[in-house]
Design a protein around this ligand. Structure first.
Ligand code: GLC
Length: 445
């Protein structure tokens, strides 16, 4: 007998990913507790809450600025021209950090422990050079979106606390990344580029959204990674001026993990960290799905390969294709192509398996959306003055929010469940590429 998929295992896993309103409220209050603890400097809070040394823009920032976006998947540099509240792109270059191109014999990965800081930063500086067309004479202001937790003392300085999203280049943690970039820019002849600002992608998205919407109070990255930044109102009330804060909410840890989440965490570069991120973001959703499918594959000894997970290796993109497809078996080519080698020649994907796998993808994505919604509802409540929730906008950037079927509506409906009537005052807007644009604005502020 060939190996089969035990749909019972999948149904049980689906049940374990369900997050009813009671559990959702508990997540919301635990997050609220950590937000309040983070503000008062309680070291038990799992939120780093890093101040950003910049405020929201006026919307009148104008001129040319370079935006460099480095978030873990791609490096992108864009030369923006801002005038009269509108932006145009006049130069651009982008490359992925990991690339395999068999035809042209290219295989590179700038994210691993084998990469030196110089190699990584030279790669980044080269992309900046390409975006300005190799111009080493004209002066440029550069705003940098650096999407990792960083401690700042001023806007043009950022000390990387720890890598996230499975990057493990040694010798960068604890260093001022602006200094490393500066050296690489000098090495490639770009002495004409001045790094004016370095900001987290949540802060960049918040700034980009606030450029044209004065009701924006928070921005969430919901893609490869997950994190939220907001304008912290309490800081203002206690006498200091209001600040933009990068919550590093992906590190929120007061959560109930399933055995599948624990597996993802155990196999990650840094077990025990970024627990919320590992339950919700695109970098990990596919792995969660894979773990359940691997547990559901049954067969006689020798029929099921021992390295099942690494052979299956589903991604968030596979899940989104699965969710977007209908119910006809032929539409599940990718799924079948990954399953066939591990399930043997006699394998064919039947309607029952497809329904179970679709249900699983739905359950994982729905839990992800509801967890994100609970943290956002907590941010809104935390920033309400005297319990009154003002009409406001939350901006989203990232592929999971924008492209994963069902996610955006699930965030909306969970927020409405948690906020009741006040939910109507909250607008959720998608701002793709906001994080790059925000850096250009920051460089001109
Ligand atoms: C990770 C980083 C965080 C970033 C997020 C989204 O969680 O720690 O700084 O904002 O990914 O890119």
């Amino acid at each position: 007998m060939a190996a089969v998929i035990d749909t019972g295992v999948i149904q049980t896993a689906i049940g374990s990913f369900a997050l009813g309103i009671d559990r959702l409220r508990r997540v919301e209050s635990a997050f609220l507790y950590d937000l309040e603890g983070g503000v008062s400097g309680d070291d038990q809070s799992s939120l780093k809450m890093l101040p950003a040394y910049i405020d929201l823009p006026t919307g009148r920032e104008e001129g040319d600025a370079l935006a460099l976006d480095f978030g873990g998947t791609n490096v992108r540099a864009r030369l923006y021209h801002l005038e009269n509240g509108t932006a145009s792109i006049i130069g651009e270059a982008a490359r992925p950090l990991r690339e395999t191109d068999r035809e042209n014999n290219i295989c590179r990965d700038y994210t691993t422990a084998e990469t030196s800081p110089e190699e990584l930063f030279d790669f980044i500086a080269d992309i900046v050079k390409e975006a300005v067309g190799g111009n080493t004479r004209k002066n440029y202001r550069l705003g940098w979106t650096f999407s990792f937790p960083a401690r700042q003392e001023r806007l043009d300085h950022a000390e990387l606390i720890t890598w996230a999203k499975e990057i493990s280049v040694p010798g960068v943690e604890g260093q001022d990344v602006v200094r490393l970039l500066r050296k690489a820019l000098d090495r490639c002849g770009l002495k004409n580029v001045t790094v004016k600002a370095v900001i987290n992608d949540t802060i960049a998205t918040l700034i980009a959204a606030a450029y044209s919407d004065d009701k924006v109070t928070a921005a969430t990255i919901y893609g490869t990674g997950h994190n939220t930044g907001c304008r912290e109102m309490y800081a203002g009330e206690s006498g200091r001026s209001a600040q933009l804060i990068n919550l590093e909410s992906g590190g929120f840890s007061k959560l109930m993990q399933t055995a599948y989440d624990a597996e993802v965490d155990d196999r990650s570069e840094r077990p025990g960290t970024q627990l919320l991120e590992k339950m919700v973001s695109g970098r990990y959703l596919g792995e969660l799905f894979t773990n359940v499918v691997a547990a559901a594959v049954r067969g006689e000894p020798g029929e099921v390969p021992p390295d099942l997970e690494s052979r299956l290796c589903f991604t968030a993109v596979d899940m989104s294709r699965l969710l977007a497809a209908g119910t006809v078996p032929e539409q599940f080519d990718v799924l079948a192509a990954k399953l066939a080698p591990v399930l043997g020649n006699g394998f064919s994907l039947g309607r029952a398996e497809i329904a179970a796998l679709k249900g699983l993808a739905e359950a994982i994505c729905r839990r992800s959306a509801r967890l994100v919604a609970a943290t956002l509802s907590a941010v809104i409540k935390h920033n309400s003055v005297a319990g009154e929730i003002k009409p406001q906008t939350i901006a989203f950037d990232g592929s999971v929010y924008a492209n994963m079927p069902g996610v955006a509506p699930a965030v909306r409906s969970a927020m409405d469940e948690l906020l009741g009537e006040d939910g109507k005052k909250i607008e959720l807007c998608s701002l793709m590429e906001g994080s790059g644009f925000g850096a250009a604005i920051a460089a001109l502020m």
